[in-house]
Design a protein. Structure first.
Length: 208
């Protein structure tokens, strides 16, 4: 028998699966299911959008493409298991451009998905939210306003909407090759692991 949290999550999944708010993403995989991870986790990762060769194909966020491989390597660096965390995206379907390649979500698409993101945060109720990339960080503004800029606050614990927020860069190949390499991102994840445990929550020595 499902508990209250499980029922709320399953109800949200059902609602998301019926969503047709964004015309260019109708028919895409709705990446919200038990594959997103542990709804009892103390850590929630929020990325930008499902990738064409990754989550849109597998139904599993940050999995199945090079970005997913990088994310798995970052988790492994701090000995975290995917099953211990919850992973979602600012938009739940894969946005594509004119040539059928991955494209950034449009502002309206971020707004359309913001209610789903807000409700996901409420259901999981993590101790720490980790945004991966600038788009994910900006997406939180549609839930509760903030002035955080990724380049200024990466790896710095912030307070947002009653939660601890930990902004990080996205593990996509473009970001890894051009902006913040994987070795630096491994250090970022190590800093994160000093703040929180995905099962036990905020570590008291840094609780503040």
């Amino acid at each position: 028998m499902e508990n209250k949290q499980e029922k709320a999550f399953n109800d949200l999944i059902s609602e998301v699966n019926k969503c047709e708010k964004c015309p260019r993403m109708c028919g895409r995989t709705k990446v919200l299911s038990e594959k997103n991870g542990n709804i009892g986790s103390k850590v929630m990762f929020i990325a930008e959008a499902p990738g064409r060769h990754g989550a849109d194909r597998t139904g599993k966020p940050l999995y199945g493409d090079k970005t997913g491989d990088n994310f798995e390597e970052l988790l492994g660096h701090i000995a975290w298991e995917r099953e211990d965390v919850f992973i979602t995206n600012a938009v739940l379907c894969n946005p594509r451009g004119d040539e059928d390649n991955n494209a950034p979500p449009e502002p309206e698409e971020l707004i359309n998905c913001s209610d789903y993101l807000e409700r996901t945060i409420e259901i999981v109720n993590p101790d720490v939210i980790v945004t991966l990339g600038g788009k994910a960080l900006k997406a939180l503004k549609h839930i509760s306003c903030h002035n955080f800029v990724l380049g200024d606050c990466v790896t710095e614990e912030q307070n947002w909407n009653g939660k601890k927020l930990f902004p990080l860069y996205h593990p996509s190949p473009t970001v890894v090759n051009c902006t913040r390499n994987l070795e630096t991102q491994k250090k970022d994840f190590a800093t994160l692991s000093c703040l929180v445990d995905p099962k036990k929550g905020i570590k008291q020595k840094l609780a503040g």
